[in-house]
Design a protein around this ligand. Structure first.
Ligand SMILES: Cc1cc2nc3c(=O)[nH]c(=O)nc-3n(C[C@H](O)[C@H](O)[C@H](O)COP(=O)(O)O)c2cc1C
Length: 455
């Protein structure tokens, strides 16, 4: 069998994820494998159409395709996202259609599922026959039982191809006719409220709806809004994944990204992300900018700020993107003030939504209101906390930040809880006490809360 590997890591042959694929290759020698470094070579692929065609031919002549990529910010790296955009822009989707597909990622399992769902939905949109995904921890390959599992995953993929097995699809195709957003005359609210509101967008002249949403927002809020245009700032490229920023949070790429984050975005009271949906995520330009925030490492950068999303496109049809937006805001240290889209037929309603969210943003900043996290924020925090702790000598900046902000909130550090557990476990050894403890269990849970109610 001919297997094409599309490698998304900017590190090329030095990719951790690719080592997993190489392990599969060395254990399944009956197939022929061809790797294309679409992540590392994206700039060349964009310019050199012959190279792009070579990759497309490789896919076209293969029996199966493996999307082999690290997880970057709960998705794939911007470089691979750009490759996917090129498939659509250059109209070569047919080469992918009907091909068996699998996904192989490495990560620390921090919202890896949104990355998998995104790639799977793209496979299905392209008409590929998606078999399965494999989400390995970065270090799994060091363990014999994990190596065995990996080879079985590959064997299953090859079996599907050999036996021409049918595959399930789980994502409905996008069916969307974008309503035109015509806001009409908007009152420019006096800018009497002096807070730092930053709006970032990659909108160009063709993003009619998004430009109108931005215009309505800037007019509706009682503060000046600083607009950062992603298409105008100098961005040399996507994150290189080199971790050279880990010690002192300085990125090796010398462009305007770090200054934009440090001077404009991190100190803002509110950040408004204005973006149009491209395939099933935001544009690769957006993802590039987001990935490059990695110089600030794993520490939530927007302590106490507010986030608002203005999204143009069928967000209600892409729940995975919605989950990504929620995860992103919950992990950023900011509070989500809302997600507004232009999916409504009634333009006046969209205008009302934007106006009311602008008011709400003012209120939330003044009141310092922060919505509590859900599993998305709480879960990611715990995974990140353990990851930073495990590598605290390498992640020097993170380690200092986590200590300073009391983010190392390991339960075993809670002395009261430990004493209580010791006491209860001793009590449970006695059958009569055990009976009492479980009989009073619900009462004991509520008692401290009732004390609060009594004041
Ligand atoms: C910019 C950046 C973003 C990352 N985001 C995530 C993430 O969201 N979730 C996660 O579990 N790991 C994340 N990681 C860790 C990588 O997925 C992990 O190190 C991976 O094994 C790297 O694979 P590679 O060597 O093939 O590029 C991130 C790493 C970088 C550099």
């Amino acid at each position: 069998m001919q297997i094409t590997i599309l490698s998304g890591s900017p590190k090329g042959d030095m990719s951790v994820t690719l080592q997993y694929m190489k392990y599969i290759e060395s254990n399944c020698k009956e197939n022929e494998y061809k790797v294309f470094h679409v992540g590392q070579e994206i700039k060349r692929i964009e310019k050199d159409t012959r190279l792009f065609e070579e990759i497309v031919d490789g896919v076209s002549n293969s029996d199966g395709v493996v999307w082999c990529t690290p997880v970057y910010y709960f998705l794939i790296p911007s470089q691979m996202k750009r490759f996917i955009e090129l498939i659509y822009e250059r109209g070569v989707g047919l080469a992918f259609s009907g091909k068996y597909a699998a996904i192989l990622t490495t990560s620390v399992h921090c919202s890896d599922h949104t990355a998998h769902d995104y790639l799977r939905s793209i496979c299905e949109d392209l008409g590929m026959r998606y078999v399965d995904g494999y989400s390995a921890d970065m270090h799994d390959l060091l363990h014999s039982e994990e190596r065995e599992r990996l080879v079985k995953f590959a064997a299953c993929f090859f079996k599907y191809i050999a036996e021409d097995k049918p595959t399930c699809s789980v994502f409905l195709p996008l069916r969307y006719k974008q309503p035109e957003y015509v806001p009409g005359e908007i009152e420019d609210v006096p800018k009497t409220w002096g807070r730092k509101i930053v709006l970032i967008s990659d909108a160009d002249d063709h993003d009619y709806n998004l430009n109108h949403m931005i215009d309505v927002f800037t007019k509706s809020i009682a503060s000046e809004v600083e607009v950062v245009k992603l298409n105008e700032i100098d961005i040399r490229g996507g994150c290189l994944g080199c971790y050279r920023c880990a010690y002192d949070t300085i990125c090796v790429q010398k462009d305007e990204v770090m200054d934009t984050y440090r001077q404009k975005i991190f100190p803002a009271d509110a950040i408004v992300y204005a973006a149009a949906i491209k395939d099933r995520f935001l544009s690769s330009r957006w993802k590039m900018f987001l990935d490059r925030a990695f110089f600030s490492q794993h520490s939530p950068p927007f302590q106490g700020g507010q986030i608002l999303f203005l999204i143009s496109g069928p967000l209600r049809q892409v729940p995975n993107l919605r989950q990504w937006l929620l995860t992103f805001s919950e992990c950023s240290g900011a509070s989500l003030a809302g997600i507004i889209t232009d999916e409504y037929e009634d333009s006046a309603y969209v205008t009302k939504l934007i106006g009311s969210h602008a008011d709400q943003l003012v209120w939330a900043i003044d009141e310092r209101y922060a919505v509590p996290g859900t599993f998305l924020g709480v879960g990611v925090h715990k995974v990140m906390r353990d990851c930073v702790y495990d590598y605290k000598s390498l992640f020097k900046y993170d380690n200092d930040f986590y200590k300073e902000h009391h983010l190392y909130d390991f339960p075993q550090k809670n002395v009261g809880l430990r004493a209580q557990n010791l006491f209860i476990s001793l009590a449970l050894k006695n059958p009569a006490l055990r009976n009492r403890v479980y009989r009073d269990f619900t009462k004991q849970l509520v008692r401290p809360l009732q004390k609060v109610l009594q004041g």
